[in-house]
Design a protein around this ligand. Structure first.
Ligand SMILES: NC(=O)C1=CN([C@@H]2O[C@H](COP(=O)(O)OP(=O)(O)OC[C@H]3O[C@@H](n4cnc5c(N)ncnc54)[C@H](OP(=O)(O)O)[C@@H]3O)[C@@H](O)[C@H]2O)[C@H](O)CC1
Ligand SMILES: [K+]
Length: 488
């Protein structure tokens, strides 16, 4: 699903106005969506406390306030700054509102009221003043329900970051399309339930205004998933190679291998150091085993062109051997995870050189610490959010970057960005990342392009966790993967 950044939403507004759509009509529909949400969600509220800001978000608030008054609700109105300074549509909305307001500094939350937060939306530019931060923390502490207009004030619609303080809303009513900040953390946790209302901007305008941000879901990858046909042969369904660590560190790779097989790879081989062969052999059945002691053995194995993708990293060990193996694998579809990433901490440019110059075919799956090891300058840049960090990293590495977390972001060097939001909290468990690497490897092995494989991997991983339920262990995940043929 296409997401619009605040800047893109502003562009959509301008394009809509240029195409003859009445911008005040948009504001009226936005305000009415908010008042309708109030009436639907809180029919027994004693009062609506509407807090209006100095821009169009405040304009939506004035429209909602008047509509609620007309519906017989007691409304108290508060404004930030002098409403006589309002401009454009917001000024018109203020003038059409028959309720006398008070300065927001006078506002004190009271029991039984529902707060409509129309202070700032897409136009939030900088951290809030101390006085506003104080007001917001008072409202949050009072724990009366807050309906946020477009975004909880204080949340950046682009990055999901808190600018000083932010309302913890029970509901957020946004317009036309959700924004990245509704799904990125901590923004997602401030939004409560998100409703997206159509206020009448045509789809073609949204698409023209929109860029690369998407909410991850089947619309991004379903058509690129492998389809099982009656003639599918195990060799046509690809052969995934997963590299294991030594005898006491093979569990992670086994998790990846099982996940790759479950995802539909026709064959999966665990490549093991010879001293781990017996241990691993006792633990696997459908997964095959191959002793690959060193780079010479790996080069020989790689002559088998039916090997169609690889996973390197889980439990592999950090060091020279990992770097040498990656160097041998760099031109093949590859998921580089965990130790495979950390092995390049001292020389990330060596990894980027290996991956440069070809179509992106490698998926890097760093968590926050691993990301900072490979991209220290990007990780440290507080001015940009997670999607932009992932995008810059992808461009630098010429690889798909799946930046893990509770709000995993997947980015491609060409600028495509997907924000994944289906992962339940109990997915954060030991070995979960190894399974994810295996799912992506299984898809790469079957010919799914790297960006789509990474997006599908993150989404399937989240779905599997939901199906497995709370208390899952990583071993449970592969058994709960939904069938690919049902993903649409
Ligand atoms: N198509 C749509 O989605 C529509 C959305 N609408 C609503 O419009 C807002 C966006 O309105 P905009 O006027 O661009 O921005 P805001 O109202 O969110 O905020 C801008 C004003 O806030 C001031 N500001 C910004 N940051 C701060 C801050 N930290 N402290 C104090 N004041 C701040 C800013 O002042 P400047 O000095 O920076 O200029 C502006 O005065 C969108 O969110 C929707 O709710 C339309 O109603 C319909 C179409
Ligand atoms: K708001």
């Amino acid at each position: 699903m296409l997401l619009l950044t605040p800047e893109e939403m502003g562009r959509a507004d301008r394009l809509a106005a240029e195409s003859g759509i009445d911008s005040y009509g948009l504001m009226i529909r936005a305000g009415h969506a908010v008042s309708a949400a109030f009436l639907r969600l809180y029919p027994a509220a004693l009062r609506a406390d509407v807090l209006c800001g100095p821009g169009n978000n405040g304009g939506d608030g004035y429209i909602a306030a008047e509509a609620l008054k007309q519906a017989g609700v007691e409304v108290a109105l508060f404004h930030l700054g002098d409403p006589e300074n309002l401009k454009g549509d917001a000024r018109r909305a203020f003038q059409a509102c028959s309720i006398d307001g008070k300065p927001v500094e006078d506002y004190r939350p009271a029991a039984g009221a529902v707060i409509i937060d129309a202070l700032f939306g897409a136009g939030l530019q900088r951290p809030l003043s101390d006085a506003l931060c104080m007001l917001i923390s008072q409202v949050n502490e009072a724990a009366e329900p807050v309906i946020a207009v477009d975004l909880p004030s204080g949340i950046s619609g682009l990055t999901g970051k808190v600018q000083g303080a932010a309302f913890s809303a029970a509901h957020t009513v946004t317009f036309m399309r959700a924004k990245p900040g509704h799904f990125l953390l901590p923004g997602r946790e401030h939004c409560g339930r998100l409703d997206v209302f159509d206020i009448g901007i045509p789809q073609r305008i949204l698409e023209e205004a929109g860029g690369g941000h998407h909410l991850n879901g089947p619309d991004l990858f379903a058509s690129a998933l492998p389809a099982l046909t009656a003639s599918s042969h195990k060799f046509r369904r690809g052969h995934l190679g997963v590299f294991s660590g030594g005898p006491s560190a093979s569990g992670a790779a086994r998790l990846s291998a099982t996940a790759g097989l479950r995802t539909g790879a026709g064959l999966v081989t665990l490549a093991v150091p010879p001293n781990a062969a017996m241990v691993v052999a006792n633990q696997v059945t459908a997964v095959m085993l191959k002793a690959v002691p060193d780079v010479a053995a790996l080069d020989e194995w790689l002559e088998d062109k039916r090997l169609s993708a690889f996973v390197l990293g889980p439990g592999f060990g950090v060091g020279e051997k990992a770097r040498a193996f990656v160097s041998a694998l760099a031109s093949r579809p590859l998921v580089l995870d965990a130790d495979g990433i950390s092995s390049f901490a001292d020389e990330p440019d060596a990894l980027f050189a290996l991956l440069s110059g070809a179509d992106p075919h490698c998926v890097l799956t760093p968590h926050e610490g691993e990301f900072a090891r490979l991209f220290p300058d990007i990780a440290a840049d507080d001015n940009i959010g997670k999607p932009e960090k992932a995008r810059r990293a992808a461009e630098r590495a010429n690889a798909i970057v799946l930046y893990k977390g509770a709000d995993t972001v997947i980015a491609a060097p060409d600028g495509r960005i997907a924000i994944n939001a289906n992962a339940p909290p109990w997915l954060a468990t030991a070995g979960s990342g190894d399974v994810l690497a295996g799912i992506i490897g299984g898809l790469l092995a079957q010919g799914t392009p790297a960006f789509e494989a990474a997006c599908a991997g993150a989404w399937l991983h989240g779905q599997a966790a939901k199906r497995a339920g709370e208390g899952l262990t990583a071993e449970d995940l592969p058994n709960h993967l939904p069938p690919l043929s049902g993903v649409s």
